[in-house]
Design a protein around this ligand. Sequence first.
Ligand code: ADP
Length: 440
Amino acid sequence: MYYPFSWFRSLSRLAVILAGAAAVGGYLDALFETLALVTLMLLGWHYWQLYRLHRWLWHSKKMTPPRTRGVWEHIYEGVYYLQRRNRNKRKELGALVKRFREGSEALPDAAVVVDAASCIVWCNRLARIELGLRWPDDAGRRIDNLIRHPEFIEFFHQGHFDHPIAITSPTNMEKILEYRMMPYGEQHILLVARDITRISQLEDMRKDFVANVSHELRTPLTVLNGYLEMFAGGTQSMPDEFVRKAFTEMSEQSVRMQSLVEQLLVLSRIEASSERIYEKMVDVPAQMQTIESEAQTLNKEKGHQIEFHIDPNVKVFGVETELRSAFSNLIFNAVHYTPNGGHIRVDWRLEQGQARFSVTDNGEGIAERHLARLTERFYRVDKARSRKTGGSGLGLAIVKHVLSHHNSKLEISSEVGKGSCFSFRFSPELTVVSSEEAQR
Ligand code: ADP
């Protein structure tokens, strides 16, 4: 029969034993000796219970505790209850881990968990296939010792995991994998690798198609343009008003088409550009002088007040033609889209060790909803007006690609009725200040 534990019952039992011992001791006239003997026997019994507990915990295969009585019965039951509870918890956790592992095995991507010391904690089946990892042999090995691609190692050590990288698979050179790293918990990282071979092939096909079409259209357009220019000179002498109008329109549209094709080609070239940006220094202040005189020519009709504030000591590493295209697109856009007599300010200066370019105008501004889409190809806020200015909607797409090639990003702030500011900055590694030049 199991009774719940009670201090009162335990102490009463002890009192009864000691009283019995005292009575017997008094009767035998050996009170102290009898009490000492009974206390020793009690101590011996407790040690015996301790010994049984130790044997049961460490050496017995039986789950159920040995039978006993009194306070030790409660201790055994308590330990047995804790063991059962832990066993159930372990079972639940085991089932949870099993479910998680089954779920992650069903992932269409390779997944690897890496700890703070860059060692592999766990990986799924696809990681073994796509990344060539062996499980469990590679558990505890450094991931950068197993995936040896230099780009991967640089990406992993840089620790900037806000963007993915695409590199060839370590097991198959024809496959392209996109690696994403997601830090979580106590400096653990979840690495996910996805096969993007097909997407990247399609992307290459798209780029090739645009580049080829633009290239093929160039020659027929040049011929058409040539003839139209020849005839255009003689439109005054043409008898029919309709024919005259048609020739003028054809000339204008063919020029527009030619500039569209040229811009598409520029965009394709920049997209496919593998030119190294750290090799050549670009003299931006000198470029600005040329662009300023071109902008003033363009400004003749518009009559804007254009100010150039250029720091002659600030230069950058980059691709000269690409940067020129980015600067001029932004400056000419400000000239085109600011209503006559506006104010345009161009700045090129050093800010916290970074070269910063900005064009600010007091034109009509751009509504918030357009801002995120402005750098998309062919996106125009006002198609009719943009067409009138000869705009193709490719200018800002070109700027975006140039900047992404130079590890930078276009920032646009604009307020309707007040004007716009287009700006970007170069990282300190790309920025060169004249005093540093001699040291480089
Ligand atoms: P486009 O060749 O048509 O100028 P862009 O890509 O250069 O194409 O510009 C996209 C659109 O952004 C333009 O159609 C225009 O509406 C708007 N835009 C660009 N720059 C400015 C500016 N400085 N002020 C107002 N709108 C601008």
